[in-house]
Ligand binder design. Structure first.
Ligand SMILES: [Zn+2]
Length: 443
């Protein structure tokens, strides 16, 4: 029955969408070339098939005039937790994986990588999504890339949530647990190696080494949640492909050089590391149109009541206050050294919102030393490269595009001025998505 259903979807979808169509008279933001050029795009099925300097005189298919608009590649968020938007006072707007993916798409984030969710739920949903190459309107949510669980030790970071972890305390356990996950084909392996908080234990070095080596044996790349720079250095020496988070002490020069030499990818997560404090200092952030379009007003209101924050929130706030300036400084140091830096928000944590916060991550990058081009690359072409997808505006690339009302190079905040989202070659019904993602939070 299920196979039949999928086959039916495919036939209907291919009949409806097989023709070529044209996006014409756009300002094309070419992130590879760091240039904006007037031009037109021909889209067939889920791909860009041609990029033209001029609109063809004759074209046998629908046309969409984008005069006065800018087109960027679809955005990626490379560090997410697709379950919802928590409130600082405790309640959570529980979206679930599918609606979190819808929120992403609404915000122009056409693909994301989840680094800690229920493994069967997210990997099965991802497989179902990949089986349908030409999605029907109801099947439009951002492309899922997923780690599944996180690997951590007994009592280590991740276990406090009481779910979704795989515990590895010895090299042998690391081997067995990663092998057990590998047959479900996770897109990446996420490992916690964090000595920043004395109150929580972390993996011993031998277990970390075994985990990374086992992942490599299955051709799986590793993203390591680090606490200290020492953690990062050891993980990189042991073969980590990417590190995520930024420590609140100045990064040693030799480590920056090591990251550069080894080609380590860095996902700073500036949003999760500063945004609660940013919101408290600038409450106007809560009135940003893209945010209020996506998140129930009742949830946003809880950010205006620090007297009702939970103790965990107060702890987060102190950490942000103590570390923020150094986080930003480290980010700039690492970026300037030429280390591949990718946008990831760690959304799912307090201060962040599914889809919306990716735009804040880019804004924070630019506010702290990145050029708009670097920020755009971190969330488009470079991110796609790390995920082994064809991302960018060029023939053969996935037709995941965001049409903007203003230039993101003139002002990176303009990535939030979204006119249209195009997903796998189809115009997204953003109003339908909005109705779905606004549900489910008590007034
Ligand atoms: Zn995370």
């Amino acid at each position: 029955m299920y196979t039949l259903f999928l086959a039916l979807v495919f036939v209907v979808a291919s009949q409806a969408f097989a023709a070529e169509w044209l996006l014409e008279n756009a300002q094309i933001v070419d992130v590879d070339a760091t240039a904006i050029r007037a031009g037109s795009l021909v889209v067939r099925d889920d791909r860009i098939v041609a990029v033209l300097a001029q609109s063809p005189a004759s074209f046998d298919g629908p046309r969409r005039d984008l005069a006065g608009h800018w087109v960027i590649p679809g955005l990626y968020d490379l560090h997410t937790h697709a379950y919802g938007n928590p409130s600082p006072s405790g309640a959570t707007h529980r979206l679930g994986i599918q609606n979190a993916a819808r929120a992403m798409l609404y915000a122009g984030v056409t693909g994301f990588r989840d680094l800690f969710s229920e493994e069967n739920a997210i990997l099965e949903l991802r497989d179902r999504q990949r089986a349908v190459t030409l999605p029907l309107p109801d099947e439009m949510w951002a492309d899922i890339h997923a780690a599944g669980p996180i690997f951590t030790c007994s009592g280590g970071h991740g276990t406090e949530y009481g779910m979704f972890t795989r515990v590895i305390n010895t090299p042998q356990q690391a081997h067995l647990e990663i092998a057990a996950l590998a047959y479900k084909h996770p897109d990446v392996i996420k490992i916690v190696y964090d000595h920043a908080f004395a109150r929580m234990p972390t993996l011993d070095r031998a277990t970390l080494q075994a985990a990374i080596a086992t992942a490599k044996g299955f051709q799986l790349r590793t993203v390591i949640h680090i606490g200290t720079w020492q953690d990062a250095e050891e993980a990189i020496q042991d073969g980590a492909d990417a590190i995520t988070h930024t420590y609140g002490e100045p990064i040693p020069e030799h480590l920056v050089r090591l990251m550069r030499a080894r080609g380590t990818v860095y996902i700073p997560t500036l949003a999760v590391q500063s945004e609660l404090l940013n919101i408290l200092e600038q409450p106007a952030l809560l009135a940003r149109p893209l945010l209020t379009a996506m998140v129930p007003a009742g949830l946003l209101e809880t950010y205006r009541r620090p007297d009702q924050f939970r103790p965990q929130t107060a702890f987060l706030l102190t950490w942000e206050r103590d570390g923020r300036e150094t986080f930003f400084h480290n980010f700039k140091t690492i970026l300037d050294a030429g280390v591949t830096t990718l946008a990831g928000t760690d959304v799912g944590n307090i201060g962040t919102f599914q889809g919306y916060s990716l735009h804040r991550e880019l804004e924070l990058m630019v506010a702290h030393g990145a050029t708009p081009w670097q920020a755009l690359a971190s969330a488009t072409t470079l991110a796609g490269h790390f995920l082994q997808e064809e991302a960018g505006i060029r023939p053969g690339a996935l037709a995941n595009l965001v049409v903007l009302e203003a230039s993101p190079v003139a002002d990176i905040q303009n990535t939030t001025k979204i006119a249209t989202v195009i997903y796998h070659g189809h115009v997204v019904d953003r109003l339908a998505l909005q109705r779905k993602i606004q549900q489910g939070f008590p007034p």
